[in-house]
Write a protein that binds this ligand. Structure first.
Ligand SMILES: [Zn+2]
Length: 59
């Protein structure tokens, strides 16, 4: 199950929406900011249908 979550870019501070697959209990991936296009790391802990925690890390 996928959930759309709002995250904040660690570089430009703008928030945008990201789709998280909550069937994966623990995931870490790199995404590009939609506003400034810089890549950063997203760390998500999930239960099916629910996001437990979502962190962003600047590389
Ligand atoms: Zn940005």
């Amino acid at each position: 199950m996928q959930i759309t979550e709002s995250i904040t870019c660690p570089f430009c501070g703008q928030s945008f929406e990201l789709v998280i697959d909550t069937s994966v209990p623990s995931q870490c991936f790199t995404t590009d900011c939609e506003i400034c296009c810089r890549p950063f790391e997203v760390v998500a802990e999930s239960e099916p249908g629910e996001i437990l925690s979502l962190d962003v890390r600047a590389n």
